[in-house]
Write a protein that binds this ligand. Sequence first.
Ligand SMILES: C[S@@+](CC[C@H](N)C(=O)[O-])C[C@H]1O[C@@H](n2cnc3c(N)ncnc32)[C@H](O)[C@@H]1O
Length: 265
Amino acid sequence: MPESVKHPARMLPAIAAHAVAAYTNPGDLVLDPMCGIGTTLVEAIHAGRDAIGVEYESRWSDIADANITRAQGQGATGRAAVMRGDATRILSLVPAALAGQVALVVTSPPYGPTVHGLVRPGADGVAKFDNAYNDGTDRGNLAYRDLTGLADGFAQILAGCHTLLRPGGGVVVTARPWRKHGQLVDLPSAVIGAGIRAGLTPVDRCVALLAAVRGGHLVARPSFFQLQQVRRARTAGTPMHLIAHEDVLVFAKTQPPTELREGRQ
Ligand SMILES: C[S@@+](CC[C@H](N)C(=O)[O-])C[C@H]1O[C@@H](n2cnc3c(N)ncnc32)[C@H](O)[C@@H]1O
């Protein structure tokens, strides 16, 4: 749906489609506990898989619902449902019968506002827009926690997912490193730690380039805000590299979950 573009951090559809094709079979169940406007769910049902999503903000879950209806109208054969709620308590949101049924979790945690949004030139420089999940007052949205809080919340979500996954099931997480006030915020490493705490086994770490191919060459398409940080640092004499990728982290359910389970930490 056109309003999907207002979401500040959508997953690249090609990553979701690739993960679903690589790790599941038709008829399998795919889960996204932080589904935003439903990119992963739409790709799953277009590939003949069923899908369940959870999203904290009704603004995005309503759009996810509409995107699913639209995909089904375009011939997607899978079934999908979206639940609005806090995925750190995912086991109290989804039917108990789903325990051990999910083949693949595909998701991405929210990350800082310096990575998000679009810019529009104005008289006083550039103005940001579409760069927020909500108005910033509701701390239940993990986007407004610091890195430690985000990693803790994400570990709780993954622990719930661990229960829902079938043995041998997989988890694919996209996570972008970014810079805040010139300092690297290493979200991918925090996500790996969260996965391990949730009882998952890291099995692969890939790179998805944020780039286009033009005339046979890769042209980086980084976030405007990240580009701005690098320009400032270089102007001040710091030889900073531009981040133009996100990590794609792959985990498997190969061992029992650790003590981190829903309701106790
Ligand atoms: C990076 S975005 C995911 C975008 C999604 N993959 C898409 O393509 O639309 C992370 C999402 O997590 C949601 N979120 C944040 N905290 C949450 C929570 N506690 N439970 C469920 N969803 C949450 C945010 O509102 C945001 O939509």
